[in-house]
Design a protein around this ligand. Structure first.
Ligand code: C2E
Ligand code: MG
Ligand code: MG
Ligand code: MG
Length: 294
């Protein structure tokens, strides 16, 4: 803070709040500049059907191609974007860019017509008054089938301002998109809360997946979440699958989908497009079972 509070002025205004404000303003300006300069990009990580491993969707994960520091992951700038409010325009850009990209794949890549795209929404973005209108505009402008779009929100968001959250979720779903709870199990949602929220998917946090093949307690917890999902008629996605043991265990538990380095790391659009073109079975083609969401 002292460094960014600035040169000789720091002596006079030696005040933590002042320093914080200056730092925030500088961080916001940097992020704003990067956004205007087109330095952000979206990587996509495959989400697969379990147990077949067939590609059914991708999660959009933002990166910053920093001119000096190289390719930066979201952990280095998302918290700052949240604090400074720049997450609202940045999140909007990710939404628009990933819907544009996936709509293009739907049109151009044979058999990719049912590929779905998951997009992370931060709490601040979710609470932004313009969110529903912005999502509606992006859906319209990209031409994407809203039924192929999943918005991921976190458990902690569900815990505050419950009524407003529920009504926003209903408005979003009325647009045709689906809702996933990200990092499920790391927050504090009680089971009774879960029933009140109009959601479609539970994403089981990597922390629970890590030791399922070695720790019986963790395996029991994962099984409980999968069964909870089934009882509430939700899809379940296991995050952070890295080993074949984890894969077969989750398949045996009846977890619907999986995501993790075992299948694929997040990658740029060209790489994903190559995957889509070679797999010839992307999207959902389960014979006779109708819609994935049914
Ligand atoms: P997330 O939404 O839970 O995304 C999954 C994260 O786990 C990604 O990290 C992904 O690369 C990583 N991951 C997936 N499989 C594995 C695995 O097998 N092993 C390991 N070690 N990691 C795995 P990433 O891309 O660094 O993103 C971190 C977080 O940043 C995301 O967690 C999400 O909360 C946030 N984030 C990313 N993009 C956006 C965005 O556009 N908007 C917002 N608001 N948040 C974003
Ligand atoms: Mg996510
Ligand atoms: Mg997650
Ligand atoms: Mg996570």
């Amino acid at each position: 803070a002292a460094k960014t509070a600035g040169r000789d002025r720091a002596v006079v205004f030696d005040d933590a709040m002042y320093a914080d404000a200056v730092q925030d303003a500088e961080a916001r300006a940097q992020l704003e500049r990067a956004l205007a300069a087109g330095e952000f990009l979206v990587h996509y990580q495959p989400i697969v059907d379990l147990p077949s491993g067939r590609l059914i969707g991708v999660e959009a994960l933002v990166r910053w191609q920093h001119p000096e520091r190289g390719l930066l992951g979201p952990d280095t700038f998302i918290p700052l974007a949240e604090e400074t409010g720049l997450i609202v325009p940045l999140g909007h850009w990710v939404l628009a860019e990933s819907c544009r990209q996936v709509a293009a794949w739907h049109r151009e890549v044979p058999d990719a017509g049912r590929l779905r795209v998951s997009i992370n929404l931060s709490a601040r973005q979710f609470q932004h008054a313009g969110l529903v209108g912005d999502v509606a505009a992006v859906l319209r402008e990209s031409g994407i089938d809203p039924g192929r779009v999943v918005l991921e929100i976190t458990e902690s968001l569900l815990m505050r301002d419950t009524d407003a959250t529920i009504s926003t979720l209903h408005e979003l779903r009325a647009l045709g998109v689906h809702i996933a709870i990200d990092d499920f199990g790391t927050g504090y949602s009680s089971l009774s809360y879960l029933r009140r929220f109009p959601i479609d998917i539970l994403k089981i946090d990597k922390a629970f997946i890590d030791r399922i093949a070695t720790d019986p307690d963790d395996a029991t917890l994962a099984e409980a979440v999968v069964q909870l999902g089934r009882a509430l008629r939700l899809q379940t996605v296991a995050e952070g699958i890295e080993s074949l043991d984890q894969h077969s265990l989750l398949s045996a538990l009846g977890c619907t989908y999986g995501q993790g380095y075992l299948f694929a790391r997040p990658a740029g659009p060209a790489h994903i497009e190559a995957l889509l073109r070679q797999s010839r079975n992307s999207g959902d083609h389960r014979d006779g079972t109708g819609d994935w969401w049914g």
